[in-house]
Design a protein around this ligand. Structure first.
Ligand code: URA
Length: 243
């Protein structure tokens, strides 16, 4: 089991500088299994259940490094660390923005797309999810400006649709029609603005876009827009199961 000095662990989780964290420990504000840990230089084993056993200033410890969470991204927020306007990172607790390693989004959703967005500080996991080899599918609910013509599902399934400015056709996309202007699409790759550009290539226009599933993990209906949830090992494994 990996162990870290208490001051390094808490500083890396954004609780303050190592000196500030040392002050918290000395003041008896860091507790493990109900006992104050006053020596910030002591090493703490990073047991998975540490957040349930350790408190800082009376509150449960934040998730340990290696966290993966799902966020219900609302419309109007950007998947970026530095653009102007509201950012997805602003939806997380303030302290989490000082974590090292930092949280990143697993791919991106457009500012005007809502739905399931994964975030992690685990670079290896991030690459495993976005790697083309892993074939993690993504499902989107699409609202269209104009009625479907009837041939879209066949064209998307053909693996021959070319997006403007590209020289390689899209991998086959699964499509299910809900009504004249609503459908779901299942992608197995992630090209820039793929769904919007796909429907533009089909002569339509996407009015609204929402991602409701990544691999075998669905956005829970009780997770409201702007809310997030830390994933457990079973949910992380479900990302790699068929969608
Ligand atoms: N396709 C898009 O066009 N936008 C997204 O945000 C995701 C997929």
């Amino acid at each position: 089991m990996k162990a870290l000095r208490l001051d390094r662990l808490l500083a890396n989780l954004g609780y303050g500088s190592r000196r500030e964290v040392e002050g918290l420990a000395r003041a008896g504000l860091v507790r493990l299994d109900g006992q104050s840990l006053r020596d910030a230089s002591q090493r703490v084993p990073l047991d998975p259940d540490l957040p349930e056993r350790m408190t800082v200033q009376g509150e449960a410890l934040d998730p340990l490094p290696g966290v993966c969470l799902m966020l219900h991204k609302p419309l109007g927020v950007t998947c970026s660390h530095k653009e102007a306007g509201p950012l997805v990172y602003g939806l997380l607790p303030e302290r989490w923005r000082r974590r090292d390693p930092a949280l990143s989004t697993v791919g991106r959703l457009d500012k005007e797309t809502s739905g399931l967005l994964l975030m992690t500080d685990d670079g290896a996991l991030l690459h495993r999810i976005i790697s083309p080899k892993a074939k993690v599918s993504k499902r989107y609910r699409v609202s269209l400006a104009r009625p479907l013509q009837g041939d879209e599902a066949a064209i998307l399934a053909s693996g021959e649709l070319m997006l403007e400015g590209e020289d390689r056709p899209l991998l086959p996309v699964g499509m299910e029609t809900e009504d004249a202007t609503h459908c779901t699409v299942m992608l197995h790759e992630g090209r820039y603005h793929q769904v919007r550009r796909m429907f533009a290539a089909l002569g339509n226009h996407v009015d609204a876009l929402h991602r409701d599933r990544v691999g075998g993990l669905a956005l829970p209906t009780d997770l409201e827009a702007g809310g997030y949830r830390v994933l457990g090992p079973g949910e992380i494994a479900s990302l790699f199961a068929a969608g």
